[in-house]
Design a protein around this ligand. Structure first.
Ligand SMILES: NC(=O)c1ccc[n+]([C@@H]2O[C@H](COP(=O)([O-])OP(=O)(O)OC[C@H]3O[C@@H](n4cnc5c(N)ncnc54)[C@H](O)[C@@H]3O)[C@@H](O)[C@H]2O)c1
Length: 346
């Protein structure tokens, strides 16, 4: 199983889930934002998805038969400043991977897509569920690149007999209960790790963006999915029988929205300390609600979340952030020298 981006947050959790189900993951990662210590389940190939030759060599050397494609640039704000990088890595890299898979006879793919493909759905209340049949109108270059990848993959399926599932993740959060792997984005832009860092004093006070959304407490609603549930959805997507040429887009969320303030309260409960915060204006393009209709995942993949209560997510994340392994090493090294950081990352 080729796992591009398998040294990153969701990829590492999925590599663990794959190994536990008897797959042999082969992580292919540039270590741009991933961590070598997160590659614990299966082989590692250091490479860039824009390098077709390296991909073909890895596929041949490891006898790859299926692929999961996580490798991507992920920060929405950065995609507004540098759309060039996002189109190059996300879309150019996916094109390169698809060509390599086709040329090497690999005909099954699971792709990391995103709720960002929906943009700001019109005429829906914040807590309304988003189904896969809604129009896709992304509001950021990041979302544009994810939608472009979905369309490219669908076209390759039709033309070359690939079959693929694009999983549209909602807000991935939490950490593996083993404490071995967890979320370590740099820069971190996600609410739960930022709130934990603010409470632990390892990060800045949290900014709550927008208090006037049409929601019960005025902060926006998001659907948090535990990363181990998300990892299990990938295994389920591989198990689905799909005819050659089929392409399916499937939401991965819980169907329950939590407000920013509710998430902060959950962090305060888990850590028994306050989350220092300031109130800020709404950010451009932030929809009031993003909540998945998960029924297609249930019917097509036979998948439902089992660890995604907000309190469970926050407890697992808090444990990881208070006592993390490779993240702590990076933090220690940040105080010292940058050389060690880059060697940690490969
Ligand atoms: N984290 C979320 O909540 C979320 C939500 C929706 C979608 N996604 C998608 O899930 C996927 C994984 O996200 P994540 O949170 O684990 O991010 P991450 O940054 O932790 O992992 C991405 C991995 O891809 C690798 N990578 C980046 N560019 C590469 C390249 N050119 N060649 C090879 N490897 C490269 C990085 O080194 C890293 O290991 C991404 O495609 C992202 O768009 C994430």
């Amino acid at each position: 199983m080729l796992v591009t981006g398998g040294a990153g947050y969701i990829g590492a959790h999925t590599a663990k889930a794959l190994a536990e189900q008897g797959y042999r993951p082969v992580v292919f990662d540039s270590l741009r934002s991933g961590f070598l210590p997160a590659v614990r389940w299966g082989d590692f190939v250091h490479g860039d998805i824009r390098d077709g030759r390296a991909l073909r060599e890895a596929i041949a050397a490891h006898g790859i038969r299926e692929a999961i494609h996580f490798a991507s640039l992920i920060e929405v704000g950065r995609s507004v400043e540098r759309p060039d990088l996002f189109w190059d890595v996300n879309v150019g890299g996916t094109a390169c991977l698809l060509d390599a898979l086709r040329d090497c006879g690999v005909n099954r793919l699971v792709f990391s897509s995103s709720a960002a493909v929906y943009g700001q759905p019109e005429g829906l209340a914040a807590a309304d569920l988003l189904s896969e049949t809604l129009p896709t109108v992304p509001t950021s270059p990041y979302g544009d690149t994810k939608l472009a990848c979905e369309r490219m993959i669908a076209a390759y399926c039709r033309a070359f007999g690939l079959s693929a599932v694009a999983l549209r993740y909602f807000n991935a959060a939490g950490a593996d209960p083993s404490g071995l792997i967890g979320e370590a984005h740099d820069p971190e832009t996600h609410l739960i790790p930022l709130a934990i860092a603010a409470a632990l004093g390892t990060g800045k006070p949290l900014t709550v963006f927008g208090q006037d959304f049409p929601t019960p407490d005025g902060s926006c609603l998001r659907d948090y999915i535990h990363v181990t549930d998300l990892a299990a959805a990938h295994v389920a997507a591989l198990d689905v029988e799909l005819p050659a040429g089929a392409f399916e887009a499937v939401n991965v969320g819980t169907g329950r929205g939590w407000s920013v303030l509710e998430a902060i309260e959950a962090v305060e409960r888990a850590l028994c300390r306050p989350v220092p915060r300031t109130l800020g204006a709404r950010r451009a393009g932030d929809p009031p609600g993003l909540v998945a209709d998960p029924s297609r995942a249930r019917t097509l993949l036979g998948w439902s979340p089992v660890r995604s209560s907000l309190d469970q997510i926050v407890q697992d994340a808090a444990r990881w952030h208070a006592d993390q392994r490779y993240g702590r090493s990076v933090k220690v090294n940040l105080e010292g020298n940058k050389e060690t950081i880059s060697s940690l990352r490969g």
